[in-house]
Ligand binder design. Structure first.
Ligand code: GDP
Length: 170
């Protein structure tokens, strides 16, 4: 038996595509322009996970821009069973920040299910990191790497399916 409900926190620097990823997964939409969630803590999505042969209810928590001020509250992390650490293909600072995001998650949540997400792979022509550098970081941190394009809905469902499976194994 396992939890059919999982809180997932989506972390990473501002602008990497966290809100877009949550909206894509939960609502099936992508828009370039929208207001940041105000007064909304999380979105929910029930999704059948092949590896578990079960439907899992995901509760996805968005930092709603708070990461800009390094002011993510305890409430945000509380009860999280899994975390996405995201960076953008075109933002070197967001890549460099990955290890510190991982430390923060470990400090707040302990050893929860996590994975590394390189988003915006549609902009690979403007990449500021090589595939080898990204793979080396993933290996060094012991995280599975997913390359996503939230814009074109590539690999997004896979990220959450993997996290549910890993969470179940822990
Ligand atoms: P957040 O600050 O991490 O929540 O990032 P947002 O979700 O607000 O996204 C920042 C910008 O990146 C927005 O203009 C998005 O439309 C854009 N974006 C998100 N995902 C992708 C993607 O896969 N490809 C491209 N080209 N743009 C993306």
């Amino acid at each position: 038996d396992f939890d059919r409900e999982i809180k997932v926190v989506v972390l990473g620097n501002g602008g990497v595509g966290k809100t877009s990823m949550i909206r894509r997964f939960c609502k099936g939409i992508f828009t370039d322009e929208y207001k940041k969630t105000i007064g909304v803590d999380f979105l929910e999505k029930a999704q059948f996970v092949d590896a578990l042969q079960e439907e899992v209810r995901f509760m996805l928590w968005d930092t709603a821009g708070q990461e800009e001020f390094d002011a993510i509250t305890r409430t945000y992390y509380r009860g999280a069973g899994a975390a996405v650490i995201a960076f953008s293909t075109t933002d070197l600072d967001s890549f460099k920040a990955v290890p510190s995001w991982r430390e923060k998650i470990n400090a707040e949540c302990g050893d929860i299910a996590m994975c590394l997400v390189q988003n915006k792979v549609d902009l690979i022509d403007r990449a500021v990191v090589t595939p080898e550098e990204v793979e080396a970081l993933a290996r060094q941190l012991g995280l599975k790497l997913y390359r996503t394009c939230v814009k074109e809905n590539i690999n997004v469902t896979e990220v959450f399916g993997y996290l549910a499976e890993l969470h179940h194994k822990k």
